[in-house]
Design a protein around this ligand. Structure first.
Ligand code: HEM
Length: 133
């Protein structure tokens, strides 16, 4: 298996872990907030997100495409920073149940957008086949 493939699988593994971790923490946020301060729920997500970003950075020279040069990678980077900010607000600062729910939905929408950008290599994400660019 080529190095690129291995790094891509690490990247995808981090995507799955990151999404699962966010869903689990969202569940606890809504149903059992005390659990959010458990160490195994607090620290591993930062490690996963760091590895997600490092694996992305490692793929760029191998792919020969870069953020701020190639639109889809700029979109992924900006959307990922937005996701980190919104998800962080959701888990740490959102106060009311409705606000928590709204921000969980917003975070998941951004995440879904990023997955669409990754699959279609296009900032139109899931709309890319429809718009036909
Ligand atoms: C939450 C953030 C992210 C998510 C959910 C995500 C998701 C994904 C997914 C699902 C794939 C696999 C696509 C496929 O199999 O065709 C992928 C590949 C990739 N991602 Fe990410 N990604 C994220 C962040 C980033 C960032 C910040 C960058 C770089 C700016 C990046 C660069 C790449 C590259 C270069 C590939 C390989 C594309 C290919 O070979 O087709 N990703 N990403």
């Amino acid at each position: 298996m080529a190095v690129y493939e291995i790094i891509k699988y690490i990247h995808i593994g981090c995507v799955v872990l990151s999404l699962s971790g966010f869903c689990l923490r969202s569940y606890f946020l809504l149903c059992d907030p005390e659990k959010l301060s458990l160490a195994w729920l607090k620290y591993p997500p930062h490690m996963v997100e760091t590895l997600l970003l490092l694996s992305a950075i490692a793929m760029l020279p191998l792919l020969g495409q870069y953020p701020f040069v190639d639109g889809w990678l700029t979109a992924k980077l900006v959307a990922m920073l937005l996701y980190i900010g919104v998800a962080g607000y959701t888990l740490h600062a959102a106060r009311t149940f409705r606000l928590k729910l709204a921000f969980i939905a917003l975070s998941l929408s951004i995440f879904l957008y990023i997955v669409g950008v990754a699959l279609f290599h296009d900032y139109y994400s899931w709309l890319s086949p429809v718009i036909g660019v």
